[in-house]
Design a protein around this ligand. Structure first.
Ligand SMILES: Nc1ncnc2c1ncn2[C@@H]1O[C@H](COP(=O)(O)OP(=O)(O)OP(=O)(O)O)[C@@H](O)[C@H]1O
Ligand SMILES: [Mg+2]
Length: 572
């Protein structure tokens, strides 16, 4: 048992469970030290309350002071007033409470441990504590303290906890302790990384996926729109520098597939595999998703259905080869609309120009991706020059639909046999520009809406990365388990983050006051309470901490491949 003593910062003067607590700061405590997002503890008689600071304000006891403020040079007057006439107040949102064993009161523990009358509390460092959601609030004049390191550990765990797959994603604002995500809880629901441009979403995503790979919480499939996850990526700063991609951190555990092998080669990426898709793998759903980008109308899509029922998988190749005469004859027989089909044909001609699309492919590249995932290898799909929305959405949807289909079959088999060896490996699919796939108008027709809504049933979840969360369908948003949010300015976007979060209003001010880089509000399923973190740096030290490859577990040829990569990396 260890005992801790802290000086109280203030006392609770009023509040409610729904609106939060108002705390009057003690005279010697400066309001300027009270930053929004800070983690504080209120010591009640029976329970200890873990709270987030949501607002700071100044108060005066007497309006006459305001009417007649002390002059600049009158420091004595200021000091006399401070604490009695003028004071600081803070608003706290209580998030969790911890009540010790039945019958024992904090008050008794204090009296027992400390006879000098100082407020102090007792921490049983090795006791199994149970944190509960707040169901009540502390009494009048309960004392408020800075959270201690052990409070943090109690709430956010530690990275090497042998009973959990914890991953530290950063530190609180004013202390050097890790804030951990429980990765098992993280990957079992769909999650989001949000924030406006340049706030650190891609860096956070790279951190999170590194953690998932390192702790083997799931296998990853990443649709890497800007080619920044697999291999080197640029780091903005005073000087241009680069950071390592996941294949460099985890050689042997990450495969890169590319839709533009020339670009991938030019960037010096080692060991990437090409990926081609064929017209035969395109379904009407895929075209519907990119109908805006292609300029395909609703009427044209209806006619696509007629073509599909006639020609099946070869509908696009057939259509692209039809003359106007052929189309007219087809329409007379099949009740199609010639004008719509001709327009559809014109629009789909654009697909012929896409580098990674072939009219037929003898080899099924999606199967190859699937095989990697099945043996537990993480896959990053690079787009290179094919990073426009048309290509990104089309390829991402085509590949995901197939992979999800396979997972559904596997999960159903597992449900039937219940044999642990049939249990599918948890899969996390990362997509960028997520609102394009999850917009209310299309979410019911795309595979991503399905995955987000069916939750963990089939062992597939999403990691959505987006700068415009307000563009994501509300129902999908409320299924997002953990939300890691960097700075957002737009009111609608801030609003969207709190969809389906009770007490979310209290947190708005916290979100709006984040620094513009490397800070995030983390809330949801994988953390016990909302918390603001200074994001863990993705740098040399992180590489050393995370990227330890288990050489012994690797097959010989993988060790060789990894050694090659390492050599290339050092410039041999
Ligand atoms: N965890 C981190 N470690 C080190 N640097 C970081 C971190 N987070 C952010 N940065 C810095 O902030 C810059 C912008 O981050 P990032 O590229 O992740 O932004 P983004 O939100 O993905 O932007 P966009 O929406 O434009 O893609 C990085 O280039 C890097 O310099
Ligand atoms: Mg980015």
């Amino acid at each position: 048992m260890s005992f801790m003593q802290e000086t109280p910062l203030g006392s609770v003067i009023q509040g409610s469970l729904s609106q939060g607590l108002e705390v009057r700061l003690h005279p010697d405590v400066s309001v300027e030290e009270m930053r929004v997002g800070k983690f504080l503890v209120v010591q009640g008689v029976r329970s200890r309350f873990f709270c987030l600071l949501t607002d700071v304000s100044l108060g005066t006891a007497n309006p006459r002071i305001l009417a007649n403020p002390p002059r600049l040079e009158d420091t004595l007057m200021r000091e006399v007033l401070a604490g009695s006439g003028t004071y600081g107040t803070i608003e706290l949102a209580p998030m969790l409470m911890f009540t010790p064993i039945e019958g024992q009161r904090w008050g008794e523990a204090i009296a027992h441990s400390n006879g000098n009358g100082l407020a102090s509390y007792e921490v049983q460092s090795n006791a199994e504590v149970e944190l509960q959601p707040v169901k009540t609030i502390p009494a009048h004049f309960s004392q408020v303290f800075d959270a201690s390191e052990s409070d943090f550990r109690t709430v956010f765990g530690w990275e090497d906890d042998p009973h959990r797959r914890n991953f530290s994603i950063g530190q609180p604002l004013d202390m050097e302790v890790p804030v951990c995500l429980d990765l098992d809880r993280f990957v079992e629901r769909s999650n989001g990384v949000f924030g406006k441009s340049g706030t650190g979403k891609s860096f956070l995503t790279r951190l999170l996926i590194s953690g998932i790979i390192r702790k083997q919480a799931a296998v990853n499939l990443m649709f890497d729109m800007h080619s920044e996850y697999g291999w080197e990526a640029m780091r903005e700063g005073k000087t241009v520098s680069t950071v390592k991609g996941l294949r460099q951190l985890f050689p042997g555990e990450v495969e890169i597939f590319t839709l533009d092998s020339e670009s991938t080669k030019r960037r010096g990426v080692k060991g990437a595999q090409e990926l081609f898709l064929s017209f035969e793998q395109i379904e009407i759903e895929d075209i519907r998703l990119v109908s805006f980008e292609l300029g395909v109308s609703e009427a044209a899509l209806d006619n696509a259905n007629i073509l599909y029922s006639e020609y099946g998988r070869s509908w696009i190749s057939q259509l692209l080869h039809m003359s106007n005469e052929d189309i007219k004859i087809f329409c007379e027989e099949k009740q199609g609309h010639a004008g719509s089909i001709m327009s559809l044909q014109r629009k789909l001609k654009r697909l012929e120009g896409l580098k990674y699309l072939r009219s037929v492919c003898t080899h099924n590249y999606i199967d190859q991706v699937l095989q990697c995932l099945e043996v537990g290898k993480n896959v990053v799909i690079e787009f290179g020059s094919q990073s426009n929305l048309l290509s990104y959405m089309l390829a991402t949807n085509m590949i995901t639909r197939r992979i999800h289909g396979t997972y559904v079959k596997k999960a159903e088999k597992f449900l039937q046999t219940k044999s642990p060896s049939d249990r599918p490996r948890q899969l996390v699919i990362t997509i960028e520009e997520a609102h394009r796939f999850l917009d209310s108008s299309i979410v019911h027709q795309t595979i991503f809406g399905t995955i987000a809504r069916e939750m963990r049933k089939y062992f597939v979840t999403l990691l959505v990365v987006d700068q415009r969360p307000s563009g994501i369908d509300n129902e999908v948003m409320s299924q997002i388990g953990t939300r890691i949010t960097c700075l957002l300015n737009d009111e609608k976007d801030i609003e969207a983050i709190f969809t389906g979060v009770s007490g979310g209003q209290n947190l708005r001010s916290v979100l709006a006051k984040l620094d513009s880089k490397q800070q995030a509000l983390v809330l949801g399923h994988a953390v016990p309470m909302p918390v603001v973190v200074r994001t863990r740096a993705y740098d040399q030290q992180f590489y050393r901490e995370i990227g330890i490859t288990d050489w012994v577990a690797m097959a010989d040829e993988e060790v060789l491949a990894a050694a090659e990569l390492a050599k290339a990396d050092l410039g041999f």
